[in-house]
Design a protein around this ligand. Sequence first.
Ligand code: DGJ
Length: 730
Amino acid sequence: MAIKFVPEKNLFILTTQNTEYQIRADKYGVLKHVWYGMRTDCDMEYLLDYPQVGCTGSIYEAGNDRTYSLDTLPQEYSCAGVGDFRISAVAATHQNGSSALDLRYKTHSITKGKYSVPGLPSVYEGGRSADTLEITLKDTATDTEVTLKYGVFEEPDIITRCAVIRNPGSAPITLTKAASVCLDIRGGNWEWMHFHGRPTMERQVERVPLFHGIQESSSVRGTSSHHQNPSVILCETDCTETCGSCIGAAMVYSGACQTAVELDKLNQVRLIMGIHPELFRWELKPGEEFNTPEAILSYSSSGFDTLSRNFHKIIRENVCRGKYKLSERPVLINNWEATYFDFDEEKIIKIAEQAAALGVDMLVLDDGWFGKRDDDCSGLGDWFVNKSKLPCGLDGLGKKIRALGLKFGIWIEPEMVSEDSDLYRAHPDWAIIIPGRKPMRGRYQLVLDMSNPDVRDYLYDSISRIIRDCGAVYIKWDMNRSICDRYSHCLPPANQGELSHRYVLGLYELLEKLTTDFPDVLFEGCSAGGGRFDAGMLYYCPQIWCSDNTDAYDRAKIQYGTSFFYPVSSVGSHVSAVPNHQTGRKTPIETRAVTAMAGSFGYELDLNTLSETEKEAVKEQIIRYKKYRHLIHNGSYHRLSDPLADNYAVWEFVSDDKSEALVHGMVVRTEPNMISCTVRLRGLAPDLEYRLDGTEGVYTGNALMNGGILLPETVGDYAPVELHFVKSEE
Ligand code: DGJ
């Protein structure tokens, strides 16, 4: 068992291969957080400090003991209203209008296997060994109970957390906050890294020192958002890719999220992560319970490289599901940047013919194939083929595509409706708008109320009909606006505050049904690019379109940020045309290819417009990607540079048996008389000898990891880098 309870000390010890997490129910029943870090095999309580701090207050039972304060001691799940004045994890209003919870230890259980979260995605065992700890706490003055759940995966050093809040009493209570994680850290000098951005520049890395007070990274957009990803790293100031302490946390949730970090008066750090309280009120009637979404935690004492690998493993192998989770993804051609809305059957077939000739596996028909949809002002919701564009229908097109030897996939944006659509005319009350108020329009579209079962039924019927009719084996599931004007016709006025979370629950229910009923279909997530790139969506869609920015140089930076938590296989990434449609930049086709290969690879242009030399290059890239695909998706991934700071962006894939390594990337700017760049590899076997493909060079793993390798001389800007090392047989 990875979980131990020491009764004489009321101490819970959660142990993974390298890390340890300790919790104690103290003499007052208060659940204290004692330790999260490397394994110590020692009760770490000795590090807790009991200073006298003015103006904080002690719990009633502590009498005049001014050193015992909820406001200074590390808490496992901090409550609002009872004297811990730092950020709280949970807040509830009782029938008499008071808002307080004072949770104390009641009971616990330790079981083999990993818990699941009803109605929500969560990490599952998937062949790994995992154990569950549940600690139930009870409010001192009411019947309210909270069960904290911990899933412990010894390998790869992962602990998951969530909470269940229960109302066994006779009066309703209203939850106003229900976080998934509260983590208090004592000692050390901490900074935080978060992943901010905007559409077409998602997940930019920002690492900053903590200031005293609360800093947060959050989304109130109804999706996890382009702007602040629901993931965070706390790291000590000296932490680098390869050394130093860091803690990562990622939500398995796709809705409004808040990650708040407080540096308190005693220089202690508190991390609170969960559903954003601004969009959350939840009525718990007598006998009901509320399950928070799950968060994944990992600790590394050897820097970000190890931390990321832990997250890559658990998300790829124990969050992603279905036929495609580990299997090879098709190389696809998507027509969006080739045609936008301006296409007909002939154009699509021409693109498909060329793609088939060059070795592509699948054609994906993007936006514009349905309803009245010649631009983005109308048609969403009318999921019936537009016969003026596709006279043979979707089934006819599907057949023609398959006759060319390609699989067929299709774009859809289920959660949306255009005002100018038959669906909206028939069901205006299905859209999220506040009666009597003009709605905000995003891309001229409104959001459907996913908490409404009729909406979900309509979407299930539409999507399953499309899949059956045209034999689609891939669905690109898009979502192109943020949610506001929150009002649901299905909820009474007092419960409107539940809509934000109920929307996400409805979305998950629909995805669960579709992915179960169509196990052979590969679902790719998308939200105006990478606006909903999170572990929640990855539970249903093993890959997500990473960004609408397909410029190789920008993509290297976006994929760099994405790589801190999310595995390479989850990153949808395509080669597009130059000048790039988003930036106007020209990068060599080889650079675009190596960048897109750090993901689930494809093309997003009309291949007919390429020169013969470029077509040959595409053919060869597809062969090369297929040769390396196993290494890229199943190997370990290492960031070898910081593209936000360095003149080169390079990354490395190493096979599990360490017999092979592939370095890909680009030199950003070539200078005259250039000082050569040395890159140190990682993850190799120190004593093995590696041959650099295409050269006579043989190097030991030690040489490549400690000394490194010179990047080849380059010509021009954004010059591609590819170095393939294989174990030398000599
Ligand atoms: C946004 C997506 O990110 C694009 O790839 C494309 O599918 C468009 N939507 C279509 O409207």
